[in-house]
Design a protein. Sequence first.
Length: 125
Amino acid sequence: MKTTSTVSQPLPSAGSSLIQVSGALTLIILVILLAAWVAKRVGFAPKHGGNRELKVSSSVSLGNREKVVIVDVEDARLVLGVTASQITHLHTLPPKAVTEEATAPVPGADFQQLMKTLLKRNGRK
């Protein structure tokens, strides 16, 4: 009679494999967060320091993809209609006076006006 002896391999503990997998996932998530932080700090597009002649001074959204934008250039202000597929020149304004540029609108006033408009649009007063 032949006896066969079976040598049983020790099974890996479920706790140790769970720790290894969770540690690897944590490391991957940390690398992704670090890469996102670096991308945010560095930016994808190079900064244009010498582009002071062209400045968007104001913008109003007219719908989901439509805007009216006022762009300040060297000697004029352009009123542009911007959609998803094209930009249309609507009007040319004279350049802004130096005193107008120094006075900035109060941020709270814009929010207050926006809320009033939204409430009127929804039928509330």
